[in-house]
Write a protein that binds this ligand. Structure first.
Ligand SMILES: *Cc1c(COP(=O)(O)O)cnc(C)c1O
Length: 402
C-alpha cells in the first residue's frame, strides 16, 4: 500500500489533527429553492392533505419505474405494511426476508401477525441468496421480501421464479429508486415494490413511501388500507347517497399529504442527476480504495446498475490490528461520519425473544456484519469531501495495518 505523508500523521483518536474540521455525515438530503417554491405553491393552493399532488406524485413514480400503479403512503414502513396487507399476509403465514436490512422490512410481516422467516445472503452483494430462500419455502410461505441492499437490486428473476404463482414478491426497494436490473427499472419487476422518501433516501418528502405494482387488485387493496380500510365505490354512493362509504377491512391512516408530495415531485426532477452523482462518487472511492488490501470493495453484478444509496466496504480484519469498532471510532474522530448497515435483524432482542432467533443461524450475514462499514455517500458531497474520506480511510487503515 502507498503510505502517504498524511497516513504517517497521528490519528485524531490519539490527539492528532482530524482530517476534517467538521463532521461529514454518512447521508444528507438536498433541498433547493425550487423544492421550497413547490411546497409553498401547495400551501397556497387550498390543499394540505389528499389533493392533486398525491396523484401527480404517484403518476410520476409509476411512469419512472414502468409500473401500472403507484400508491403513496405516509412512510416506507407504512408502505411495507400496506404491501403485507395487500398480499393477504396473516397469522399462520410465513414470509421470507433477509437479516441484513432495516428492521422495518421484517416488522411489516409481524404487523400482520405472520411469521418472519430469515434466509442468508449471498457473499458478494449481501442480498438474499435465492438458494437459501428456496430451502426455506414451505406450504405456509405466502411472501418473499428481498431488499435491494445499498441500492444494488436483489436477484429478482431467480426470486420471482421461486415464488411462482402462489407466493407474492414484495421488494423492499427503499435503497434502489433509479436502479436498473437487466435493463429494467426497479419498481416495475416484482409483484409489489416499496420505496421510502425519508431524507437519507434518493427522494425526500420528509416522511413518505410508495408501493408500485402492475396488479389492479393489489393497488385497490393498498388504497383501501391507507385510508382506514374504507372502500368507497362511486356507484354505491350514487345509489345510497353522497355520504355513503363502507369500511370492509381494518386499515390505518397512512395517507401522504399534498405538502409532502409537492416536495417529492420537485425532488424527483433531480433523481437522474443525483443517482449519476452517487455513481461518480462510487467510482472515485473505487479508484482510490481498491488498492488497499485491508478493504473489500462493494461488488456490482454485471446485470445491474445500482442506485448507490449506501457505500458499504468490508474490512479484512485478518490484515488489521483493530476491529471494526476501533476503525469506526478512529474515522469518527477524523470527522468522517461512518456508519454501519445493518445490525442483522434476527439478532435484535425482540426477534431473539419473540421468535427464538439466535446468533450463528445466518453465517454469511453475521460475518459480513462484523466487517461492514458505511462511508459517506450523498449527491451534495463535493470531490473534496470524497477525497477527505479517502485520506482518512488511508490514514486509519495504515495506522492499524498488521
Ligand atoms: C428506510 C428504509 C425503510 C423504512 O422507510 P421509512 O420511510 O423510514 O419508514 C425500510 N426498509 C429499508 C431497507 C430502508 O432503508
Amino acid at each position: 500500500m502507498r503510505v502517504s505523508v498524511q497516513a504517517a500523521e497521528r490519528l485524531a483518536l490519539e490527539g492528532g489533527k482530524p482530517v476534517r474540521a467538521t463532521l461529514l455525515p454518512y447521508g444528507h438530503h438536498t433541498v433547493e429553492e425550487s423544492d421550497i417554491a413547490s411546497v409553498v405553491a401547495t400551501l397556497r393552493s387550498g390543499w394540505l392533505t389528499t389533493g392533486p399532488k398525491v396523484e401527480e406524485f404517484e403518476n410520476a413514480i409509476a411512469q419512472l419505474v414502468g409500473a401500472r400503479h403507484a400508491v403513496a403512503f405516509s412512510s416506507g414502513t407504512a408502505a411495507l405494511h400496506g404491501a403485507a396487507f395487500a398480499a393477504d399476509l396473516k397469522s399462520g403465514d410465513e414470509a421470507i426476508t433477509t437479516p441484513l436490512t432495516f428492521c422495518a422490512t421484517a416488522n411489516a410481516v409481524v404487523y400482520q401477525g405472520a411469521q418472519p422467516v430469515f434466509a442468508d445472503v449471498s457473499n458478494d452483494t449481501l442480498n438474499l441468496d435465492p438458494e437459501t430462500v428456496g430451502r426455506r419455502i414451505t406450504p405456509q410461505t405466502k411472501a418473499i421480501l428481498p431488499v435491494d441492499f445499498t441500492g444494488h437490486p436483489a436477484a429478482l428473476d431467480e426470486i420471482l421464479q421461486l415464488a411462482g404463482e402462489r407466493i407474492t414478491v414484495i421488494e423492499d426497494a427503499s435503497h434502489a429508486l433509479g436502479a436498473t436490473y437487466r435493463q429494467r427499472r426497479v419498481g416495475g419487476i416484482s409483484h409489489m415494490s416499496v420505496f421510502s422518501f425519508h431524507p437519507v433516501k434518493h427522494v425526500a418528502c420528509g416522511e413518505g413511501g410508495m408501493v408500485t405494482t402492475n396488479s389492479e387488485r393489489f393497488a385497490r387493496r393498498l388504497r383501501q388500507f391507507r385510508n382506514h380500510g374504507i372502500e368507497s365505490d362511486p356507484r354505491r354512493r350514487e345509489a345510497e347517497g353522497q355520504w355513503h362509504y363502507e369500511m370492509t377491512a381494518l386499515g390505518y391512516n397512512y395517507r401522504l399529504s399534498d405538502i409532502a408530495c409537492a416536495l417529492g415531485i420537485s425532488q424527483l426532477g433531480r433523481l437522474e442527476a443525483s443517482v449519476a452523482r452517487r455513481g461518480a462518487i462510487a467510482e472515485r472511492y473505487g479508484k482510490a480504495l481498491a488498492e488497499i488490501p485491508a478493504i473489500e470493495m462493494p461488488h456490482v453484478r454485471p446485470e445491474v446498475e445500482p442506485a448507490w444509496h449506501l457505500y458499504c466496504i468490508r474490512l479484512r480484519l485478518e490484515k488489521l490490528t483493530a476491529d471494526r469498532a476501533q476503525i469506526f471510532r478512529a474515522l469518527r474522530a477524523e470527522n468522517i461520519g461512518v456508519n454501519v448497515h445493518y445490525i442483522p435483524v434476527h439478532l435484535h432482542p425482540y426477534y431473539r425473544d419473540r421468535f427464538g432467533r439466535r446468533a450463528g443461524e445466518f453465517p454469511v450475514a453475521e460475518a459480513a456484519y462484523q466487517r461492514l462499514l458505511t462511508l459517506p455517500m450523498f449527491p451534495a458531497m463535493s470531490d473534496g469531501d470524497v477525497d477527505d474520506v479517502i485520506l482518512a480511510v488511508r490514514k486509519v487503515i495504515a495506522a492499524y495495518s498488521a
